[in-house]
Design a protein around this ligand. Structure first.
Ligand SMILES: C[S@@+](CC[C@H](N)C(=O)[O-])C[C@H]1O[C@@H](n2cnc3c(N)ncnc32)[C@H](O)[C@@H]1O
Length: 264
Protein backbone atom coordinates (compact mmCIF):
# COMPACT_ATOMS: atom_id res chain seq x y z
CA UNK A 1 0.00 0.00 0.00
CA UNK A 2 1.36 3.45 -0.89
CA UNK A 3 1.86 5.78 2.10
CA UNK A 4 2.91 9.29 3.03
CA UNK A 5 5.48 8.85 5.73
CA UNK A 6 8.01 11.05 7.52
CA UNK A 7 11.58 9.85 8.14
CA UNK A 8 10.84 9.95 11.90
CA UNK A 9 7.96 7.53 11.43
CA UNK A 10 10.09 5.28 9.20
CA UNK A 11 12.73 5.18 11.98
CA UNK A 12 10.06 4.31 14.53
CA UNK A 13 8.91 1.43 12.31
CA UNK A 14 12.48 0.07 12.18
CA UNK A 15 12.79 0.41 15.96
CA UNK A 16 9.59 -1.57 16.49
CA UNK A 17 10.61 -4.11 13.87
CA UNK A 18 14.28 -4.61 14.80
CA UNK A 19 13.90 -7.79 16.91
CA UNK A 20 11.43 -9.51 14.58
CA UNK A 21 13.33 -8.60 11.41
CA UNK A 22 16.58 -10.08 12.68
CA UNK A 23 15.17 -13.01 14.68
CA UNK A 24 16.19 -15.52 11.99
CA UNK A 25 19.68 -14.07 11.47
CA UNK A 26 22.78 -16.21 11.94
CA UNK A 27 26.26 -14.68 12.02
CA UNK A 28 25.91 -14.59 8.21
CA UNK A 29 22.50 -12.94 8.14
CA UNK A 30 19.24 -14.46 6.90
CA UNK A 31 18.72 -16.92 4.02
CA UNK A 32 18.83 -14.24 1.30
CA UNK A 33 22.03 -12.81 2.70
CA UNK A 34 23.70 -16.22 3.13
CA UNK A 35 22.96 -17.58 -0.34
CA UNK A 36 22.60 -14.46 -2.50
CA UNK A 37 23.80 -11.14 -1.10
CA UNK A 38 26.95 -12.14 0.84
CA UNK A 39 28.58 -14.08 -2.03
CA UNK A 40 27.93 -11.16 -4.40
CA UNK A 41 29.13 -8.50 -1.96
CA UNK A 42 32.29 -10.36 -0.92
CA UNK A 43 33.25 -11.19 -4.49
CA UNK A 44 32.90 -7.48 -5.38
CA UNK A 45 34.82 -6.40 -2.27
CA UNK A 46 37.91 -8.54 -2.82
CA UNK A 47 40.71 -8.01 -0.31
CA UNK A 48 39.63 -5.93 2.74
CA UNK A 49 42.37 -6.50 5.30
CA UNK A 50 43.68 -3.22 6.70
CA UNK A 51 41.15 -1.08 4.80
CA UNK A 52 38.74 1.51 6.23
CA UNK A 53 35.13 0.42 5.61
CA UNK A 54 31.82 2.08 6.41
CA UNK A 55 28.76 -0.17 6.82
CA UNK A 56 26.02 2.35 6.00
CA UNK A 57 22.72 1.13 7.50
CA UNK A 58 24.35 -1.70 9.47
CA UNK A 59 21.16 -3.05 11.11
CA UNK A 60 22.08 -5.73 13.66
CA UNK A 61 25.60 -5.59 12.29
CA UNK A 62 26.32 -9.06 10.89
CA UNK A 63 28.14 -7.62 7.86
CA UNK A 64 30.27 -5.29 10.01
CA UNK A 65 31.31 -8.30 12.10
CA UNK A 66 32.14 -10.40 9.02
CA UNK A 67 34.22 -7.53 7.61
CA UNK A 68 36.08 -7.04 10.88
CA UNK A 69 36.82 -10.77 11.02
CA UNK A 70 38.44 -10.37 7.59
CA UNK A 71 40.73 -7.68 8.98
CA UNK A 72 38.94 -4.47 7.96
CA UNK A 73 38.65 -1.39 10.22
CA UNK A 74 34.90 -0.94 10.40
CA UNK A 75 32.66 2.03 11.13
CA UNK A 76 28.93 1.26 11.27
CA UNK A 77 25.98 3.65 11.08
CA UNK A 78 22.26 3.12 11.48
CA UNK A 79 19.39 5.46 12.31
CA UNK A 80 17.48 2.85 14.34
CA UNK A 81 18.63 2.93 17.97
CA UNK A 82 17.12 -0.55 18.47
CA UNK A 83 19.16 -1.98 15.59
CA UNK A 84 22.28 -0.36 17.02
CA UNK A 85 21.59 -1.88 20.44
CA UNK A 86 21.41 -5.33 18.82
CA UNK A 87 24.61 -4.68 16.87
CA UNK A 88 26.53 -3.54 19.93
CA UNK A 89 25.27 -6.48 21.98
CA UNK A 90 26.30 -8.99 19.30
CA UNK A 91 29.80 -7.57 18.77
CA UNK A 92 32.53 -9.58 20.53
CA UNK A 93 34.29 -7.83 23.41
CA UNK A 94 37.48 -7.58 21.39
CA UNK A 95 35.67 -5.76 18.57
CA UNK A 96 36.94 -2.37 17.44
CA UNK A 97 33.87 -1.52 15.33
CA UNK A 98 32.84 2.14 15.78
CA UNK A 99 29.04 2.41 15.93
CA UNK A 100 27.25 5.68 15.21
CA UNK A 101 23.63 6.72 15.31
CA UNK A 102 22.93 8.66 12.12
CA UNK A 103 20.93 9.12 8.97
CA UNK A 104 22.83 8.04 5.84
CA UNK A 105 21.36 11.04 4.02
CA UNK A 106 23.50 13.34 6.20
CA UNK A 107 26.57 11.93 7.96
CA UNK A 108 28.17 15.27 8.77
CA UNK A 109 29.86 13.83 11.90
CA UNK A 110 32.14 11.82 9.56
CA UNK A 111 34.99 13.54 7.69
CA UNK A 112 35.48 13.75 3.93
CA UNK A 113 37.49 10.96 2.27
CA UNK A 114 37.63 8.74 5.38
CA UNK A 115 36.89 5.40 3.73
CA UNK A 116 38.40 3.08 1.13
CA UNK A 117 35.05 1.30 0.78
CA UNK A 118 31.45 1.80 1.77
CA UNK A 119 28.98 -1.09 1.84
CA UNK A 120 25.29 -0.46 2.17
CA UNK A 121 23.33 -3.69 2.25
CA UNK A 122 19.59 -3.36 1.56
CA UNK A 123 19.30 0.21 2.84
CA UNK A 124 19.16 2.65 -0.11
CA UNK A 125 15.61 1.55 -1.04
CA UNK A 126 14.51 2.20 2.54
CA UNK A 127 15.51 5.83 2.75
CA UNK A 128 13.65 8.84 1.44
CA UNK A 129 16.43 10.67 -0.42
CA UNK A 130 18.60 8.16 -2.27
CA UNK A 131 20.49 10.91 -4.11
CA UNK A 132 21.48 12.58 -0.81
CA UNK A 133 22.69 9.21 0.55
CA UNK A 134 24.77 8.53 -2.59
CA UNK A 135 26.21 12.05 -2.39
CA UNK A 136 27.25 11.45 1.24
CA UNK A 137 28.94 8.19 0.24
CA UNK A 138 30.79 10.02 -2.54
CA UNK A 139 31.99 12.67 -0.06
CA UNK A 140 33.15 10.07 2.47
CA UNK A 141 35.13 7.96 -0.02
CA UNK A 142 38.80 8.46 -0.79
CA UNK A 143 39.65 9.11 -4.44
CA UNK A 144 39.37 5.74 -6.24
CA UNK A 145 37.26 4.30 -3.39
CA UNK A 146 34.26 2.06 -3.97
CA UNK A 147 30.64 1.99 -2.88
CA UNK A 148 28.94 -1.39 -2.97
CA UNK A 149 25.21 -1.18 -2.40
CA UNK A 150 22.44 -3.71 -2.71
CA UNK A 151 18.75 -2.96 -3.15
CA UNK A 152 15.52 -4.79 -3.85
CA UNK A 153 15.65 -5.32 -7.62
CA UNK A 154 13.71 -2.30 -8.91
CA UNK A 155 12.52 -4.15 -12.04
CA UNK A 156 11.04 -7.13 -10.19
CA UNK A 157 10.14 -6.05 -6.66
CA UNK A 158 7.53 -3.50 -7.59
CA UNK A 159 4.38 -2.19 -5.85
CA UNK A 160 2.20 -4.88 -7.46
CA UNK A 161 4.65 -7.79 -7.67
CA UNK A 162 4.11 -11.23 -6.17
CA UNK A 163 3.98 -14.96 -6.82
CA UNK A 164 1.54 -16.51 -9.26
CA UNK A 165 0.63 -19.95 -7.89
CA UNK A 166 -0.96 -23.00 -9.45
CA UNK A 167 -4.15 -24.62 -8.11
CA UNK A 168 -2.17 -26.44 -5.41
CA UNK A 169 -0.39 -23.30 -4.23
CA UNK A 170 2.93 -24.12 -5.92
CA UNK A 171 4.93 -21.08 -7.06
CA UNK A 172 4.69 -20.96 -10.85
CA UNK A 173 5.80 -17.51 -11.97
CA UNK A 174 6.51 -13.99 -10.69
CA UNK A 175 4.13 -11.16 -11.50
CA UNK A 176 5.45 -7.62 -12.00
CA UNK A 177 3.13 -4.63 -12.05
CA UNK A 178 3.14 -0.97 -11.05
CA UNK A 179 6.73 -0.55 -12.25
CA UNK A 180 6.39 3.19 -12.92
CA UNK A 181 4.43 3.90 -9.74
CA UNK A 182 7.35 5.33 -7.80
CA UNK A 183 6.79 6.19 -4.14
CA UNK A 184 6.86 4.84 -0.63
CA UNK A 185 5.20 1.49 0.14
CA UNK A 186 4.73 -0.75 3.15
CA UNK A 187 6.35 -4.15 3.41
CA UNK A 188 6.12 -6.88 6.05
CA UNK A 189 8.42 -9.81 6.87
CA UNK A 190 6.85 -12.34 6.61
CA UNK A 191 4.15 -11.00 4.26
CA UNK A 192 1.32 -11.57 6.75
CA UNK A 193 3.11 -9.92 9.70
CA UNK A 194 1.37 -6.96 11.36
CA UNK A 195 4.47 -4.83 11.73
CA UNK A 196 5.35 -3.10 8.50
CA UNK A 197 8.45 -1.20 7.44
CA UNK A 198 8.58 1.00 4.36
CA UNK A 199 10.51 0.96 1.14
CA UNK A 200 10.73 3.44 -1.70
CA UNK A 201 10.08 1.98 -5.11
CA UNK A 202 12.12 3.71 -7.82
CA UNK A 203 12.68 2.72 -11.43
CA UNK A 204 16.09 1.55 -12.62
CA UNK A 205 16.33 4.80 -14.62
CA UNK A 206 15.86 6.82 -11.43
CA UNK A 207 18.73 4.96 -9.75
CA UNK A 208 20.98 5.30 -12.80
CA UNK A 209 20.24 9.03 -13.03
CA UNK A 210 21.24 9.56 -9.37
CA UNK A 211 24.43 7.50 -9.76
CA UNK A 212 25.53 9.61 -12.74
CA UNK A 213 24.40 12.90 -11.16
CA UNK A 214 26.49 12.29 -8.03
CA UNK A 215 29.54 11.48 -10.17
CA UNK A 216 30.08 7.76 -9.59
CA UNK A 217 31.37 5.45 -12.30
CA UNK A 218 29.69 2.03 -12.47
CA UNK A 219 32.32 -0.65 -12.05
CA UNK A 220 30.14 -3.74 -11.87
CA UNK A 221 26.54 -4.79 -11.40
CA UNK A 222 25.36 -8.16 -10.11
CA UNK A 223 21.94 -9.84 -9.98
CA UNK A 224 22.67 -12.48 -7.30
CA UNK A 225 21.46 -16.03 -7.93
CA UNK A 226 22.11 -19.24 -5.99
CA UNK A 227 25.18 -21.19 -7.05
CA UNK A 228 24.69 -24.23 -9.35
CA UNK A 229 25.96 -26.33 -6.45
CA UNK A 230 23.16 -25.15 -4.16
CA UNK A 231 20.51 -25.62 -6.83
CA UNK A 232 21.82 -29.14 -7.47
CA UNK A 233 21.76 -29.98 -3.76
CA UNK A 234 18.29 -28.72 -2.97
CA UNK A 235 15.40 -28.17 -5.42
CA UNK A 236 14.03 -25.46 -3.10
CA UNK A 237 16.63 -23.09 -4.58
CA UNK A 238 15.10 -23.46 -8.07
CA UNK A 239 12.51 -20.84 -7.19
CA UNK A 240 15.38 -18.37 -6.81
CA UNK A 241 16.05 -18.87 -10.53
CA UNK A 242 12.62 -17.53 -11.56
CA UNK A 243 13.48 -13.86 -11.04
CA UNK A 244 16.17 -11.85 -9.23
CA UNK A 245 15.12 -10.28 -5.92
CA UNK A 246 18.20 -8.11 -5.56
CA UNK A 247 20.51 -5.85 -7.52
CA UNK A 248 24.04 -5.05 -6.34
CA UNK A 249 26.08 -2.12 -7.66
CA UNK A 250 29.80 -1.55 -7.34
CA UNK A 251 30.48 2.14 -7.94
CA UNK A 252 33.78 3.94 -8.08
CA UNK A 253 34.76 7.47 -7.16
CA UNK A 254 37.00 7.99 -10.18
CA UNK A 255 37.13 6.67 -13.71
CA UNK A 256 36.78 3.07 -14.92
CA UNK A 257 34.58 1.30 -17.51
CA UNK A 258 31.42 -0.73 -16.86
CA UNK A 259 31.64 -4.49 -16.81
CA UNK A 260 28.81 -6.95 -16.45
CA UNK A 261 28.95 -9.95 -14.12
CA UNK A 262 26.11 -12.32 -14.98
CA UNK A 263 25.47 -15.34 -12.80
CA UNK A 264 27.38 -14.36 -9.67
C1 LIG B 1 16.75 -4.02 5.54
S1 LIG B 1 17.66 -3.47 6.95
C2 LIG B 1 19.30 -3.97 6.48
C3 LIG B 1 20.25 -3.96 7.63
C4 LIG B 1 21.64 -4.55 7.34
N1 LIG B 1 22.36 -3.78 6.37
C5 LIG B 1 21.51 -5.99 6.91
O1 LIG B 1 21.76 -6.29 5.73
O2 LIG B 1 21.16 -6.82 7.75
C6 LIG B 1 17.69 -1.72 6.66
C7 LIG B 1 18.43 -0.96 7.74
O3 LIG B 1 18.65 0.37 7.27
C8 LIG B 1 18.41 1.27 8.32
N2 LIG B 1 18.08 2.55 7.69
C9 LIG B 1 17.04 2.83 6.89
N3 LIG B 1 17.10 4.10 6.47
C10 LIG B 1 18.22 4.63 7.02
C11 LIG B 1 18.83 5.91 6.97
N4 LIG B 1 18.29 6.92 6.28
N5 LIG B 1 19.99 6.09 7.64
C12 LIG B 1 20.56 5.09 8.38
N6 LIG B 1 20.01 3.86 8.48
C13 LIG B 1 18.85 3.63 7.81
C14 LIG B 1 17.29 0.64 9.13
O4 LIG B 1 17.25 1.15 10.45
C15 LIG B 1 17.68 -0.84 9.06
O5 LIG B 1 18.55 -1.18 10.11
Amino acid sequence: MKKNLSTDEAIERWNEHAEAFTAGYTEEGDRSRRILLNPAIFSLLGHVEGTEILDAGCGEGYLSRLLERKGAHVTAVDYSTEMLKLAEAKAPESSGIHYHHGNCENLNFLDDRMFDTIVSNMVIQDLEDHTAALRECFRLLKEGGTLIFSILHPCFITPGSGWIRDGRGKKEAWRVSGYFLEGVYEQAFPEEAENKVVFYHRSLTTYMTAIREVGFEIDEMVEPRPSDELVGEDPEYREDLIHPNFLVFKLRKGKRGISWCPGL
